[in-house]
Design a protein around this ligand. Structure first.
Ligand SMILES: Nc1nc2c(c(=O)[nH]1)N[C@H]1C(S)=C(S)[C@@H](COP(=O)(O)OP(=O)(O)OC[C@H]3O[C@@H](n4cnc5c(=O)[nH]c(N)nc54)[C@H](O)[C@@H]3O)O[C@H]1N2
Ligand SMILES: Nc1nc2c(c(=O)[nH]1)N[C@H]1C(S)=C(S)[C@@H](COP(=O)(O)OP(=O)(O)OC[C@H]3O[C@@H](n4cnc5c(=O)[nH]c(N)nc54)[C@H](O)[C@@H]3O)O[C@H]1N2
Ligand code: SF4
Ligand SMILES: [Mo]
Length: 699
């Protein structure tokens, strides 16, 4: 294979290595075939062990996305009412000058009235919060608390294990028992699933713990369909059984844990019967799971938990992650490289954020922090001593908050403010882009440099541009560099190019030549991170009891924290709704790629036959899903993917591609998790009825 040097010339055939930019634990190594300056096809890199030459369906269609007929190719300026999505083309110069002038005027009054809003549209360290962070730090803009996805679980891991470190994903192939807990791996972590299949072929038992019977749950030996938000109760009851049957590793507990006696007392309160009633499962299921887990650990087998983020999108999400994270320390499962637990490995490589993002450019200024999870409320707040200035300008990149943030009704109301100046950097005219005053065309991963770490495996990847920017698209870095120049920011960091920034990310910690050569670099790491304890917590132990939590006024031990919205029969909103992602979308990305949208069909609500019958709802009906926050209409699927009392509103559709211009986030709330200030997407009570149209159509 010929790997090109810099961006390949416009003539000839080249294979260019890159990295998948998406917010997915797999972070695949890509190879793009380029013919005469046109990207023909994106493949999985066969030389990269984690990728193994395989991509998911979504990204194997990446050229379809990059050359999409609706790709934004020119800067646009709003020409109609706010939110109308009506724009006229303008030149880059006019757009950048006007944006710079508007931001400068606001900053002269108070830079904290300006808010950047971004997430992981690209996970790249350069096009993510590299140059953008420098720009906003220098400006003194409000800081953004980036909580929308993982901060409950991340905070819980930090309190318990001391960081986002876990079992290496490839060693799951050697495990004898795997619990897939709160994760639809086949849909959202496909390359992990390959290791599970290897383990399964070698005789491992696989158990899935998920309210929804996902495509993953179907392929496991056993599926435990608990109610959403009840994982901590289940984990505590497992501890109860581990203690009662002495399926414990007393040496590991004594040497490497903190708070054992207190946790023991807590767990003994959690009989399987008590937990079963809360989880909505049978006592026997808990006892069997405890026996499988406990006996395998006691017998010295490789027992690993793949935890993912499904369980932490509820009020008690942090406590749930903490409770599960205690299990491998109680049983000594950490002793084995194919044992332990993996939620995230993003703590393995620390990028040099101080150099990339330059928080020192703030000087003595300490801007307020705005939580992205409650952007709806934040945009609707007036100036006050507690809040600070009203948000007057919003610069959105790498995110589609109007579709993905909770409580869309409020989010839309905020974005619709006529007095809000909104700039959106995007590939497409998303729901958020409709509300822009300026909509700027961004480059895709095929068109810019970047460097990536991952939260699934432990390699570092480099992304080379494979083609020239499509149309007049510009990279995020280019736009913020240009704005910095117009605002007169003279620090030399604003002149650095993307390749220089990519080199800065890890300095000497990663061999950059290896990245340039192969597209990925592998670091030498211990096989089993906590085989000998040495947890990066304050005590150096796995902290069952966390003094830091206690000092913050919280329970120092994990406990079951009930959901905000626990529906009861007879309630106005008697069903719990979760809204996990659809397999062929990535959050709201790819919803506009027709071949992928055709696979998903239309926005769907999955419902159990008993719940449907009680509402005279039939397969394929259009239903209205509603609560006090809002409503949306979609088609219903009556199947065993939904357990009784729980409906699954598959996400995250673009609002404007749904039936009535709304999506599932119309119903979700702005309540926050117990730890990490994260959203509670899966803690949501609703009611469902046949939509009027269906009734009249079939009457
Ligand atoms: N195809 C695809 N892949 C993706 C994404 C995508 O949108 N599409 N999103 C990416 C992103 S941003 C992320 S953060 C990761 C997420 O990766 P995962 O955390 O693995 O996410 P999901 O596949 O949503 O799996 C969550 C599962 O949790 C279940 N669940 C919901 N509530 C509960 C609960 O209370 N307890 C338990 N035990 N389970 C619960 C859901 O039914 C769902 O099957 O995936 C990434 N990968
Ligand atoms: N109901 C419900 N809501 C959810 C979730 C759920 O499970 N249920 N999941 C939540 C989770 S886990 C997450 S992570 C969030 C995700 O929310 P977001 O991070 O907003 O993710 P996306 O919806 O994929 O939107 C990313 C946008 O970035 C753009 N983009 C990609 N690359 C670039 C680039 O290089 N430059 C620029 N300027 N733009 C780029 C893409 O075109 C896309 O429109 O959604 C959350 N919302
Ligand atoms: S979305 Fe995930 S599985 Fe698909 S190519 Fe990207 S990293 Fe790989
Ligand atoms: Mo996420």
């Amino acid at each position: 294979m010929h790997v090109s040097s810099l961006p390949p010339p416009a003539h000839g055939h080249f294979e260019v290595t890159g990295a998948c930019p998406h917010d997915c634990p797999d972070t695949c190594s890509l190879v793009t075939s380029v013919q005469d300056g046109v990207a023909i096809k994106v493949h999985g890199n066969a030389a990269h062990p984690h990728t193994g030459g395989v991509l998911c369906t979504k990204v194997s269609r990446y050229t379809e996305r990059s050359y999409h007929p609706e790709r934004l190719l020119k800067p646009l300026k709003r020409s109609g009412p706010k939110g109308s999505g009506q724009f006229v083309e303008v030149g880059w110069d006019e757009a950048l000058s006007d944006i710079a002038t508007r931001l400068a005027a606001i900053a002269a009054r108070n830079p904290e009235a300006i808010l950047p809003y971004s997430y992981a549209g690209t996970m790249g360290l350069v096009q993510g919060d590299g140059m953008a962070a420098r720009f906003f730090h220098r400006l003194g803009a409000s800081l953004l608390d980036r909580t929308i996805c993982a901060s409950a679980g991340a905070t819980a891991l930090d309190y318990t294990l001391g960081g986002k470190i876990g079992t290496h994903v490839e060693f799951f192939a050697e495990s004898d028992l795997i619990l897939i807990w709160g994760s639809n791996s086949i849909a959202s972590n496909l390359h992990f699933w390959r290791h599970v299949q290897s383990a399964k072929r070698a005789g491992a038992k696989i158990i899935c713990i998920d309210p929804r019977k996902t495509e993953t749950a179907e392929k496991c030996h056993q599926h435990i369909a608990l109610r959403p938000g009840t994982d901590a109760a289940l984990a505590l009851a497992l501890m109860h059984e581990l203690i009662r049957n002495d399926w414990l590793d007393h040496d590991y507990i004594a040497a490497h844990t903190l708070g054992w006696e207190a946790l023991r007392a807590r767990a003994l309160e959690w009989t399987p019967a008590r937990a079963a009633a809360i989880c909505g499962i049978r006592v026997q299921e808990i006892e069997d799971l405890a026996r499988d887990y406990g006996q395998a650990c006691k017998a010295g087998k490789n027992v690993a938990i793949r935890l993912n983020y499904g369980m932490q999108r509820v009020r008690g999400g942090g406590n749930a992650v903490r409770a599960v994270a205690c299990l491998p320390a109680l049983t000594g499962a950490w002793r084995k490289r194919a044992g332990g637990m993996l939620l995230s490995n993003s703590g393995v490589h620390a990028a040099n954020k101080a150099l990339l993002q330059r928080p020192d450019l703030l000087g003595a200024r300490q801007p307020r922090t705005i939580n992205m999870a409650t952007i709806g409320e934040a945009l609707l707040q007036a100036a006050s001593p507690a809040f600070g200035p009203q948000i007057e300008a919003l610069v959105v990149y790498n995110s589609n908050p109007v579709a993905v943030a909770p409580d869309s009704g409020r989010v839309v109301q905020g974005f619709a403010r006529e007095d809000l100046f909104t700039v959106v950097l995007e590939h497409f005219q998303t729901d958020t882009a409709d509300y822009a005053d300026y909509l700027l065309p961004a480059t895709t991963q095929l068109e810019h440099w970047d460097i990536h770490t991952t939260y699934g495996h432990t390699d570092v990847l480099l992304n080379r541009p494979a083609i020239a920017p499509v149309g007049a698209a510009r990279s995020n870095t280019d736009v913020f560099r240009a704005l910095a120049a117009r605002l007169g920011f003279t620090d030399p960091c604003f002149a650095e190019d993307d390749l220089t920034m990519a080199r800065q990310a890890f300095g000497d910690a990663i061999a950059f030549d290896e990245l340039l050569d192969k597209g990925f670099a592998t670091a030498a790491l211990p096989d089993a991170p906590f085989a000998n304890g040495v947890f990066p917590t304050p005590s150096g132990k796995c902290e069952f009891f966390s003094q830091r939590l206690a000092d913050a006024g919280q329970d120092g031990l994990p406990d079951h924290v009930p959901n905000y919205e626990v529906p009861q029969p007879g309630d106005a909103y008697p069903l719990a709704m979760i809204s996990p992602p659809a397999r062929n979308f990535l959050n709201s990305s790819f919803v506009n790629v027709k071949s992928l949208r055709d696979i998903e069909g239309e926005p769907l609500l999955e419902m159990h036959a008993d719940d449907a019958a009680a509402r005279s709802i039939a397969e394929g009906d259009t239903v209205r899903v509603f609560n006090d926050r809002g409503s949306y209409r979609c088609a219903v699927r009556i199947n065993n993917r939904a357990r009784p009392g729980v409906v699954n509103g598959l996400g995250v559709w673009w609002r404007k591609l749904g039936l009535d211009g709304h999506n599932v986030n119309e119903l979700t709330s702005q309540h926050l998790t117990d730890m990490g200030r994260a959203p509670t997407f899966y803690d949501c009570a609703v009611q469902v009825e046949r939509a009027a149209e269906t009734a009249s159509a079939t009457a």
